[in-house]
Design a protein around this ligand. Sequence first.
Ligand code: CP
Ligand code: NVA
Length: 298
Amino acid sequence: MSVQHFLTLLDLPRADVLGIVERAIELKRDPSLAGSQARKTLGLIFEKSSTRTRAAFEVAMTQMQGASLFLATSDSQLGRGEPISDTAQVLSRMVDCLAIRTFEHAKLEQFAAHSQVPIINALSDDFHPCQLLADMQTFIEHRGAISGRRVAWIGDGNNMCQSYINAAAVFDFELLIACPPEFEPKAELVSAGGERVSVLHDPKQAVKDVDLVVTDVWASMGQEAEQLKRQQAFADYEVTPDLMALANSDALFMHCLPAHRGEEVSAQVLDAPDSVVWDEAENRMHSQKALLETLLAH
Ligand code: CP
Ligand code: NVA
């Protein structure tokens, strides 16, 4: 059987992605239902920092009696120039699955092309599909089905925004993106999204009548040198209580975290008593556990 990778939400059949989110909800209610992954090892190759993604994968494997092996590129041979194709061939003879966080999405594709075990995208410059599993789980837990709902993305057309474009197709919701003209998501993704996806430049217009408002940092990992320029370009894109007031009265706010209070989101929104960002972060673990069950079963 061919190896099943998870580089974007579109890599798995739609029914499998929906099933992973349903299973995550089930595993959160009753963790004892998780299948055993005894004697299985998940390799983690991270070229960028992480708190949630790494912790979620390691805890998920521990809870399923498996193991995880963290390899920072700075102290592995990858960091000294060993080709990805060689590393992928070697590691896939030892571990059962590899989660990789890197810069260029093409690096993940190269790993996948040479790996005999599933490759999971733990974040690339273009996509962050694991985060979307948790976001969808969180919405469904709080508000029921997301199919047919309206979602606003406010801010950068980055890896998270582009993952929301994929999610709109898989989970069947309308996505209204508000970003400065020079920070739009890739045009081919927007057009592949069809009528479900619109790109606007006015956050107030985007949040009108939506059920979910989502944002993310203005400068992603690797864009630190652009921080100042981006702060100026995105000054009108902060998610404030006034902006949230234009959304539906029961609209949720989500942020993948880490967040910058007073930049892309005001503290009053992020720290509101009913903020779901902490559930969203916790759900990384449940949904990645469900993802591992699926990929390791292939
Ligand atoms: N949201 C997210 O991926 O967080 P980390 O960078 O901490 O993994
Ligand atoms: N867009 C952010 C997400 C961090 C989880 C980044 O890539 O840094």
